[in-house]
Design a protein around this ligand. Sequence first.
Ligand code: G6P
Length: 470
Amino acid sequence: MGRLVVVSNRTPGKGPAAGGLAVALRQTLAEREGFWFGWSGKLVDIPEPHAQITDIDGLTVAQIDLTRDDHQAYYGGYSNSILWPSFHLRLDLATIEAHWYEGYRRVNTQFARALLPLLKPDDVIWVHDYHLIPLATELRNLGARNRIGFYLHIPFPTPDALYAIPHHQELMRDLSRYDLVGMQANRDVAAFTEFADHQTPSSLDGARVHSVDFSRTEVVAFPIGSDPDAFARLAVSPAATKMVRRVERTLADQRLILGVDRLDYSKGLPQRVEAYEKLLANDSRFRRQIHMLQVAPPSRDAIKEYQETSDTLDAVCGRVMGRFAEPDWQPLTYVKRAYGQPSLAGLYRLASVGLVTPLRDGMNLVAHEFIGAQDPTDPGVLILSRFAGAAEIFPDALLVNPFDTDETAEALRMALDMPLDERIARWTTLMASAQKHNVTDWAKHFLDHLAPAKVDHSSTRDVLYLASVA
Ligand code: G6P
């Protein structure tokens, strides 16, 4: 078996690996003697052409620096002001500056040039996320003949949203240069297939533009997961218990409604707080009995639309406080700070309700982690957006339309009133699904599928959905 080379914009840092993805890929890299390649996090005037190789807690990481201008065009510009909003169907929040594409392309070329000398012919390359869609093209242009797979962690857009992206035709051609493209959900594969089957390429001068040929690329849904059993252990660890004790003291007998999300407009945070406001307004018996905690670490805060989301959330939370708080009772707490996995696991376990209501989301791992952390004898209830990829694998959550705050308010009421036997029944099914879709198997399924010598996929067929792209 060849080595595995993982490529992503960010690389894992020192200390305990934060996410399940990093843990799972670290394990695979350790078994296959591979390495992780990505941006160092540093901005310099003139980057070295060669990657710096370091050992981070036993993991080999190769990193390159970027110039400030390229990083702005590639990360703040094309990736996060065009691709991110468009892929999340928020064209109203996209800033279409077509020239950012050049910086995006330049960085992908820089990645390829620095990566190529580190490759062996039988290495398998696994590229992650929307920042690096052109990487296979750039590597192939330099002569790489390796198997190259791509995984999209965010939703795939509808054809109309895709057509709104400058240079979408090149992007799709770039996707066709991968041997395997993995997506989060069947919904994403269906959107991709719709584009692939009904392409209407056009050019300003009316010249003929060829449709993209996807006949050599497999596009498959591999829903990512977490490690729910590890989360279950973490939720009763001393560090988690310390957080639980702190919060329990301030909650007294109030029941906790919890949200944990990056401060991103795709997460539907203002709508969520509005739904909570409606619950308090509609049903006075809940006042003084419940408390909402929203953890929202700041994200991409150099981008105007993120600052505006933060301001909107401040205003909505302020409104709810002004309307319902009393000198001795606050309806909600809102913290713009990141917490480590142990503290989060403790909070998940303490919560009566996990509120995971993004307007659109690739998967949403908070849903998986919330399920993993519950007490099996007294589990909390998961309220989940039907527009998160997770909705496909967790139909036993209370599924809501997050744009409809009346519906979310009603789901909150149902969750708070739900009898223990129903909570246990729902949670048991959710936990079984979280265990089945664990992150270790996810990585294995993807890599088995990408492997040069084809393996028998019969055992993974239930999570695969093959697009008819021939
Ligand atoms: C999403 C993306 C990841 C990204 C993460 C954090 O989950 O799919 O690729 O790393 O957000 O965003 P950031 O811009 O801080 O890397």
